[in-house]
Ligand binder design. Structure first.
Ligand SMILES: [Cu+2]
Length: 314
């Protein structure tokens, strides 16, 4: 009797193993995720790189979904939450049956909407141009971004939608409620300016990554849409963003060797900022058009510095 039971267990176990394995008998399984070769994804090494990357970010449940009962769509940010200003968002698709990653999927029409309850009005916010692979070693991870104009509050609440197509199946999320956290005091990473009737938004990218000393500084300039419920795309114009970092709590001293942000091939603006010590840095901005005319900031009001600024506390 005992022998029969053991045999039964052995056969069942073997059955399970063969179901879970792909053609590659030397698959790597971590946390129940089979990283072995899959025709829809990657080599075991590539899958391992994806797995490792995902250890550096956290799932945002409200942005995750499933498609056709076949695929899980996982969305991630650095903290698993969303905050006012620029947020990197990463997407990964896995097969429900095997847990294997899928490399080819498309996420489109990322549409955040805020309902300003008291004003009985809806508006969108700056959104990155596309959700795309951002790193050749991790093609199964796609990256997009959203820069939220406001945090969730009594004034209003956010929801988000997107479409996904994966290996012939389509799905997405529709009007999913999301919470956008306020930034702590001393952090203000999103500003706007007007040129004529047009409104532009200056989204500073991930200043929480800044360290003491010299840093690459990256930003996006988006243009308010018409109607304002359409996500705000990158401005087609070419600007220059001059920076004058000051420490307001320390006699407004500045730092040497700062380089203005100029437009890059990827549509972002990049420059260099030197943050010589910890504390509050007020990064005063002067925005110029392609002819060098000042279109925003540079007005040297009150304290003698531009009234257009980002705040970053290091
Ligand atoms: Cu709002």
């Amino acid at each position: 009797m005992k022998k029969v039971l053991l045999l039964f267990l052995a056969v069942t176990t073997l059955g399970l193993v063969s179901c879970n394995s792909n053609d590659d008998e030397n698959g790597i399984v971590i946390d129940g995720i089979d990283l072995s070769k899959d025709v829809d994804c990657c080599s075991a090494e590539e899958a391992l790189q994806v797995y490792k990357f995902l250890q550096t970010v956290k799932i945002v449940p409200a942005l995750s979904t499933e498609v056709d009962g076949l695929y899980n769509v996982w969305a991630y940010t650095k903290t698993g939450t969303l905050h006012r200003g620029y947020n990197d968002i990463y997407f990964v698709v896995t097969k429900k049956k095997t847990g294997n990653y899928v490399k080819n999927f498309d996420i489109t029409n990322v549409t955040p909407l805020m309902n300003m309850v008291k004003m009985n009005m809806w508006h969108s916010t700056p959104v990155g141009p596309a959700v795309e692979s951002f790193d050749e070693t991790r093609l199964a991870v796609k990256h997009g971004w959203v820069s939220f104009l406001m945090n969730t509050s009594e004034a209003g609440t956010w929801q988000i939608s997107y479409d996904i197509s994966v290996l012939g199946s389509t799905g997405g999320i529709k009007d999913a409620p999301i919470t956008v956290d306020a930034l702590p005091a001393g952090q203000d990473w999103l500003k706007n300016f007007k040129v004529g009737d047009d409104t532009y938004f200056l989204s500073l990218v991930n200043p929480s990554d800044f360290v003491t000393g010299s840093n690459t500084i990256q930003a996006y300039i988006s243009k308010k849409s018409n109607p304002i419920t359409t996500p705000y795309a990158l401005a087609s114009e070419t600007f220059t963003i001059e920076i004058d970092p000051r420490m307001p709590d320390m006699g407004s001293h500045t730092s040497p060797d700062n380089v203005a942000l100029t437009k890059q091939a990827d549509g972002s603006y990049k420059g260099s900022i030197n943050l010589t010590m910890t504390g509050l840095w007020r990064i005063h901005l002067t925005v110029k058009d392609s002819k060098g005319n000042i279109v925003a900031g540079g007005d040297n009001q009150k304290d003698g510095f531009s009234s257009l600024y980002w705040d970053v506390t290091l």
